[in-house]
Design a binder for this molecule. Sequence first.
Ligand code: HEM
Length: 394
Amino acid sequence: MSVPLYDPTGVEPRSATDEQRAEGPLARTPDGHWMVLGHAEAVEVARDHETFSSAVSRFLQVPNGLDGAEHTAVRAATDPFFGPEEMAAFEPALRRIAHDLVDELIADVGPAGTEVDAVSAIGAVFAVRAQTAWLGWPVELEGELLQWMVDNHEATRSGELARTAEVAQRFDAIIDSVLAPRRELGDDAPEDVTTRLMRQRVTVSSEDGEPTGERPLRDEEIVSILRNWTGGDLGSIALCTGVLLSALATMPPVAERLRVGSYAEACAIVDELLRIDDPFVQNRRRATCPVTLAGHRIEEGERLIIHWTSANRDERVFADPDRFDPEGNAPHNLVWGIGKHVCPGRPLATLELVVLLQELLAAADVTPAETVGLRSLAPTGGWSHVPVVLSPRG
Ligand code: HEM
């Protein structure tokens, strides 16, 4: 069976894969990687973590680049940071941050409203303030982190290794600036998420999986976890905000449900809007043995890319991928991944997005602006710019 070619360079991931899927659920990139575009195939690869390893980078990536027992142990040590009690304790601070940002955006704005970019002026600023508050980082880092997000986005898109290495180093320096004072303070360090992570212990197991003891997280593991919790996800929250506000600006009844409905209903709306236009495009895997997927033989060592944006719009599962059906589509939604590596940050990301939308929609009507938006190009999805008009309510 011949394999269709898919070149992701410079394309808009959603429309490009909508076309590509007509040729089959699997494709090959010009550099020989497998693109997993179909829903069933994405689920198969993500669930079979023994055949499809996540150890794809030469850099330490905790937990996303780990496999097996090592991965399980780190997830067990870090998932509790996103537990229900943690989220409930953070919610009031988050609401204040969202409320203050909305105040800043619409203060002194007349009834005609003001045009803002939902990605850079709302999503990115909120993401940085929310994440720094959650981690206990100084507010003075806001400007530096915002600039870092812009540079990181551009470096990722450029595909130039030297640029991505430079922004990665800058981020590590930021992380070091928050860890160093805590190390010096020792027991007197502030009781926040960052300090608690530094003190967190991981279960150590024997080769047959029996727990044999505990050890502290190593410094490089702490840095990698914090990089994962912030570096990648600041951008994702900003992109999600763009996708959500671009949709809600044209769906007043759904915006109204977010204003008056329950938290559970709001989560379902967010999940479904992100399924339709998933800005968190892809993750990588490596085949650990020869395997057949969708009728194609994949050799040991070959690389695969799970394309969540495409899988979330596979017509074999979502007959009309653009149809908004939160309840009907929820069981098949892959926005947060599936399997062992499923997003641990989902409760936090969802809380952040819902609280932001609730606070924004309580204070303002959001309508499309005349300025045309700009779609993101691979490897990011969603929108780079989403101009919307915010008009203060009543
Ligand atoms: C904003 C929207 C977000 C989306 C759409 C998203 C989506 C995803 C997806 C699809 C995966 C699966 C990766 C894979 O299978 O290889 C993942 C993993 C991960 N996410 Fe998220 N995420 C978001 C926000 C967050 C946040 C806020 C955090 C933490 C603060 C976070 C932390 C992580 C980590 C650590 C992993 C790796 C898990 C592992 O490999 O076991 N994410 N995310």
